[in-house]
Write a protein that binds this ligand. Structure first.
Ligand code: C2O
Ligand code: CU
Ligand code: CU
Length: 486
């Protein structure tokens, strides 16, 4: 097994410097070594803007029939830039459907390259899932057809082209996919203008466009932006009344994690995670989410004075690799601009707790690092993605424990697999416990360096799916394998 120093040594980055520990120290603090600019900047300083632009909210569509991916223009921080989009501006529409609904959505590819759509979190047939095998050529179309058969929750959609997922997502292609159900409606959670999606993304805006050109070190550490956007807006604010609001938060970044908190230290309630509501709300003052994860939050502004302001922010944190957590920054300003009575009370129970059927088998996936300049730096059981290889076969209908073993590295990974949802059972090493948002249905789990995480899944959909890290540079670099359910 290689640690970071051995890895750099093998790549020939100055054994003398490594001998003194200087390169590694400098790399981790984000400083510069002469001649190595670009190699050791995993996490540029984030700028957030002035928080004077109204937060934009992607339009919500309940009966969408076509998504056209093409080069488009977006306005970010007052500048018009070129981007990729399913509509003008960054980000696709929020698709909002009812459980049981049948959908037919045509993807029209007007990009100059292949693309497709993966419906992250949806339990749909393998041939509709947007596996990297299922490419739509430039100027081609594909008709996605599926019906929704799962609990209410905050899912999302994005391209899944092996090697260019990071670029296409960063340059604007993704959106939310919300499933609603009568069970959830019966809770009377804050809705309409009181229910706000927040898509968190960090980008680099350069030369009139969104730059995506990870260096070798950024493919290793993840690609971090210096411009923080919420719903595609830089430095934005939202007027709120003195009452409860519901926020559906997606970490849509390729590598950056956010340690969500309120600037006044006030607690907030986590009511849901990736695929639906938690059994019970959990009150927290901080909540760390990795790329691809979603959390559903309730924030009560009733104690705030009229005319005051509170920021949603990301607090600093440690233990998540050299790129993440060294800086605290604000994400969104809430301006309390009106008083309103609120009869909403936080329910004690939200949804049935997932049952835990007995597992037929435990599969362990070792997350390791290897010396490679041209692909495969991070691996799953020593493997690098091969499109035509089936690395694991799971009998249809069985329940298994999948264990992600990151005990030998310091690099965090965010493990996600298609075709099923899971429950997080156990985390040992590192943080050593389940996090407040890990008590409901999930599809993406943060496995910090030193941690082993076990998840429980029943595989009910046949076909070929992928398991991968949702740090998009790791995924594109080959930290992905195929498995088949049969
Ligand atoms: Cu959101 Cu396979 O990805
Ligand atoms: Cu997915
Ligand atoms: Cu990873």
């Amino acid at each position: 097994m290689m640690n970071r120093t051995d890895f750099l040594k093998t790549l020939g980055f100055g054994a003398a410097l490594i001998g003194t520990g200087q390169f590694v120290a400098s790399c981790q603090s984000g400083g510069m070594m002469p001649g190595m600019e670009g190699m050791n900047t995993p996490s540029p300083t984030v700028s957030t803007g002035s928080f004077t632009t109204p937060l934009s909210i992607p339009e919500t569509l309940t009966n969408l029939t076509t998504l056209t991916a093409k080069p488009r223009q977006a306005v970010v921080g007052g500048r018009t830039i070129s981007a990729l989009g399913y509509r003008d501006g960054l980000l696709g529409p929020t698709i909002r459907v009812q459980n049981g609904q049948n959908l037919a959505i045509r993807l029209q590819n007007e990009l100059t390259e292949h693309t497709n759509i993966h419906w992250h979190g949806l339990l749909i047939p393998a041939l509709m899932d947007g596996h990297p095998d299922q490419m739509v050529k430039s100027q081609g179309t594909f008709d996605y057809q599926f019906s929704i058969n799962q609990q209410a929750g905050t899912n999302w959609y994005h391209p899944h082209v092996h090697g260019t997922t990071g670029k296409q997502v960063t340059q604007g292609l993704s959106g939310l996919f919300i499933v609603e159900s009568p069970e959830e409606k019966a809770l009377n959670l804050p809705a309409g203008s009181l229910e706000i999606p927040l898509i968190l993304q960090d980008k680099r805006i350069k030369a009139g466009g969104i730059d995506y050109s990870p260096t070798m070190m950024e493919r290793m550490n993840g690609y971090f932006g210096d411009t923080m956007l919420v719903n595609g807006t830089e430095g934005s604010f939202l007027n709120v009344a003195t009452r409860y609001y519901r926020f559906r938060v997606l970490n849509g970044s390729s590598a950056r994690m956010y340690n969500l908190a309120l600037s006044n230290g006030q607690a907030f309630a986590v009511i849901g995670s990736d695929n639906g509501l938690l059994p019970r709300p959990a009150s927290v003052t901080e909540l760390l989410i990795g790329p691809g994860e979603r959390v559903d939050l309730l924030i009560d502004f009733s104690g705030q004075a009229l005319g005051s302001e509170v920021f949603l922010r990301s607090n600093s944190f440690s233990g998540m690799g050299s790129g993440n957590g060294r800086q605290a920054f604000n994400l969104l300003r809430f301006a309390i601009n009106r008083q309103e009575p609120d009869s909403f009370r936080l329910p004690a129970d939200l949804a049935p707790a997932p049952t835990k059927p007995a597992a037929a088998k435990t599969r362990t996936f070792a997350l390791t690092m290897a010396m490679r300049m041209n692909g495969g730096m991070h691996r799953i059981n020593g493997k690098v993605y091969r499109a035509d290889a089936i690395e694991e076969t799971v009998p249809l209908g069985t329940t298994e424990i999948w264990e992600f073993d990151n005990s030998t590295d310091t690099m965090p990974h965010v493990m996600h697999f298609h075709g099923a949802q899971h429950q997080v059972l156990e985390r040992t090493g590192g943080r050593g416990r389940l996090m407040p948002h890990e008590t409901g249905w999930k599809d993406t789990v943060l496995v910090a360096g030193g941690e082993r995480v076990k998840v429980l899944t029943t595989f009910t959909i046949p076909g070929k799916f992928v398991l991968h890290c949702h740090i998009l540079e790791h995924e594109d670099d080959g930290m992905m394998i195929n498995f088949r359910v049969a």
